[in-house]
Design a protein around this ligand. Structure first.
Ligand code: SAH
Length: 217
């Protein structure tokens, strides 16, 4: 693939992006190192190559977007990723977030409900030698066949917290999910203390594309 060229210029732009994201308050050095490692321009259409390293979201087809790097870093920091943890991402999109998690040593499972995106991203990640396991399906249900997970990260706006996500977390596990039906969503971190108890923390407001396809709780 001719497009898959990671030049010194791209690496330089990435360093600048990392400094920008750091200046906006991201402190986890492992998150910042992952951001510096993953060539974001591979995930965007070639027409966006020049602007791949701005701290902005971009369209990736099928009406979806690759999240803003700051948002990716913010969610990843909240998730407290550690080497070897089993992580489920809901909303694969471009695959960028999945690669960030993998760079941090996570074993990544990711689910996407747009078949065209699923297919395109599967090819891209394979070409880049990432091993994240990608699935086509409705993320509202989680991924019961591969549960339980240490961490679950939802990268689309959920109108509520689906029970399936809490059911599929290990005790001590963490769910990071933007919740809300309006223009913006509140970022929630929910820790499953044990089978009966959860603890919820609320962070800032963000703007995600909606999690699609649910009919009812
Ligand atoms: N994490 C992505 C960005 C996600 S955008 C990245 O790094 O590029 C949100 C994604 O969630 C979109 O690709 C959208 O198609 C997907 N999505 C929406 N509803 C979904 C559902 N019910 N199950 C799985 N994926 C869903």
């Amino acid at each position: 693939m001719t497009k898959m060229n990671d030049s010194y210029r791209h690496k330089g732009l990435r360093k600048k992006l990392v400094e920008e994201v750091r200046s906006k308050g991201i402190r986890d050095e492992n998150v910042l190192a992952a951001l510096e490692a993953v060539p974001r321009h591979f995930f965007l259409d070639s027409s966006f190559l020049e602007i791949a390293y701005q701290d902005k979201p971009f369209p990736i087809g099928a009406g979806q977007t690759i999240s803003q790097p700051y948002t990716v870093a913010y969610q990843t920091e909240l998730l407290k990723v550690e080497k070897g943890l089993k992580v489920l991402e809901v909303g694969t999109g471009s695959g960028y977030q999945a690669c960030i998690l993998e760079e941090m040593g996570a074993r990544v499972f990711s689910i996407e409900r747009h078949h065209s995106l699923y297919r395109k991203t599967k090819l891209l990640l394979a070409a880049m030698n990432y091993r994240a396991k990608l699935f086509y399906g409705d993320g509202y249900k989680g991924l019961p066949a591969y549960a339980p997970f240490d961490r679950i990260l939802v990268t689309a706006a959920a109108p509520f917290v689906p029970d399936a996500f809490l059911d599929q977390l290990k005790p001590g596990g963490i769910l990071v999910i933007p919740v809300g039906v309006g223009d913006t969503q509140v970022m929630k971190r929910i820790t499953k203390v044990d089978e009966e108890n959860t603890e919820e923390e609320r962070f800032g407001y963000f703007r995600f594309v909606p999690l699609l396809g649910h009919k009812s709780r």
